[in-house]
Design a protein around this ligand. Structure first.
Ligand code: GLC
Length: 431
């Protein structure tokens, strides 16, 4: 027998997996995919097919994956989750546009003869159904979004829940919080962190919390020298702690709440600055304007630094005294919280979605690994930030414990084991 359909999946040959994703951009699910691929063992043979080109392609290749792009109409690729929920002629036209694409995808999937078709975005989940069926491959959905009305349009939620318990052979989710939004069974595989995110040599311990504080002390000393030399204008304050947020500028991430919390934090820490790392997400430019206007209205605009997009947020995180995760709507998982944890940066995060699991204590010590605050509540957020800034030694000790737990709980090798286990079972069942 030649290596093909007729050869069973077993220890004698790796499971052949074809990953489908609609985007070539580096979103959260895509970064999770890169880290998963880096950690996979030789028992799986993975190829990735994207429906659009972008910076994800070289990242996947660097992780050792064979990647190809089968372009889908750009308008369909970038349709927002909200727009998908609207009915009308435009939607019908975009559905019709999918027909030739699906046909091309069916041909390509058949030619590649995978054992498993693994889809990793809502659009790919749906577009993968027919090709997987035709190619007689097991369909595995990897769901990174909470399938809930606070996150997606109600029509999409209803349709997706219906489909999730009927169409895929197995469903993998990024957290228990995501699992709870689906009607059927699923397997939780926490996204793992990559080798590039690991803190080398430990976070410098200065006063009060670490590197950022050490830098701040140095800056404070420089300011004091300047002041002594009469170079600091009256009323100017020495630089204080850095409160930062990493994530797309979007109402779902809560930069507005942080700016509101800033005015309260500045009362006690007048030198504090607030770094917003990230750029406005698709269609969220209006929200960015709203955040800027609020900062001006509250008189804190000169304390807010709009850093913009950075390819590697690790250096930014290392400069934070507090990493804020302010999502007012429940976040499905929250990889940036994990990255902050493994870099020993104290975390203040909203008590919602997967982040609660991410920051959960251990059976031996159930105290949470960061400060949990109420979603959409700027006062609660301010109190959380102050709890860290006012007790830097306690915060640093908790951050070190968080790093220890995170290194074990979110090891990418663990993610890889869970996901490849699902692939093996699904491949066997589909034969
Ligand atoms: C999506 C989710 C995010 C999660 C990521 C990886 O981007 O919105 O919460 O961290 O996928 O699973």
């Amino acid at each position: 027998m030649t290596a093909g359909r007729a050869v069973g999946v077993g220890p004698d040959r790796p499971v052949r997996v074809l990953v489908l994703d609609h985007t070539g951009q580096l979103g959260g699910a895509e970064l999770a995919l890169v880290r998963l691929l880096e950690a996979l063992g030789p028992d799986v043979d993975v190829r990735v097919l994207l429906f659009s080109d972008g910076p994800l392609v070289p990242r996947l290749r660097a992780a050792g994956a064979v990647v190809e792009v089968l372009p889908l109409d750009a308008r369909t690729v970038s349709t927002s989750r909200e727009a998908v929920g609207r009915a009308g002629a435009a939607q019908l036209v975009s559905l019709l546009r999918l027909v030739p694409f699906t046909w091309a995808l069916v041909r390509r999937v058949r030619a590649l003869r995978p054992d498993v078709v693994h889809t990793t975005s809502l659009k790919a989940d749906l577009l993968g159904v027919v090709p997987a069926r035709v190619a007689r491959a097991a369909l595995v959905w990897h769901v990174h979004d909470r399938i809930a009305d606070d996150y997606l349009p109600a029509r999409v939620v209803r349709a997706f829940r219906w489909a999730a318990s009927r169409l895929p052979a197995a469903v993998i989710v990024n957290s228990r919080a995501t699992a709870e939004t689906l009607p059927g069974p699923s397997t939780v595989a926490y996204p793992g962190f990559g080798a590039d995110q690991v803190l080398v040599g430990g976070r410098a311990t200065g006063h009060p919390t670490g590197q950022a504080a050490a830098r701040q002390v140095a800056a404070g000393q420089a300011a004091a020298r300047q002041a002594a030399a009469g170079q600091v204008a009256a009323g100017q304050v020495a630089p204080g702690p850095v409160v930062g947020m990493v994530g797309r500028i979007s109402p779902t991430k809560g930069q507005l709440e942080l700016v509101r919390a800033a005015s309260r934090v500045l009362v006690d820490h007048p030198g504090a600055s607030f770094r917003l790392v990230g750029e406005p997400s698709f269609g969220a430019e209006g929200y960015a304007d709203e955040v800027r206007a609020e900062a001006v209205r509250l008189g804190v605009a000169d304390r807010v630094v709009w850093v913009g997009f950075v390819a590697d947020p690790a250096a930014e995180l290392d400069g934070f005294d507090v990493c804020v995760h302010a999502s007012p709507v429940p976040e499905p998982f929250g990889q940036v919280v994990v990255e902050a944890m493994i870099r020993e940066v104290p975390v203040v995060a909203t008590r919602a979605g997967g982040v609660v699991e991410v920051l959960a204590g251990t059976p031996e010590d159930p105290a949470p690994l960061g400060e949990l605050v109420e979603p959409g509540d700027a006062d609660s957020l301010a109190r959380g930030v102050l709890a860290v800034l006012d007790h830097p030694r306690d915060a640093a000790a908790r951050a070190r414990r968080a790093a220890e737990v995170a290194r074990e709980r979110f090891a990418a090798t663990r993610t890889a084991e869970v996901v490849s286990g699902v692939w093996r079972r699904a491949a066997r069942l589909s034969r």
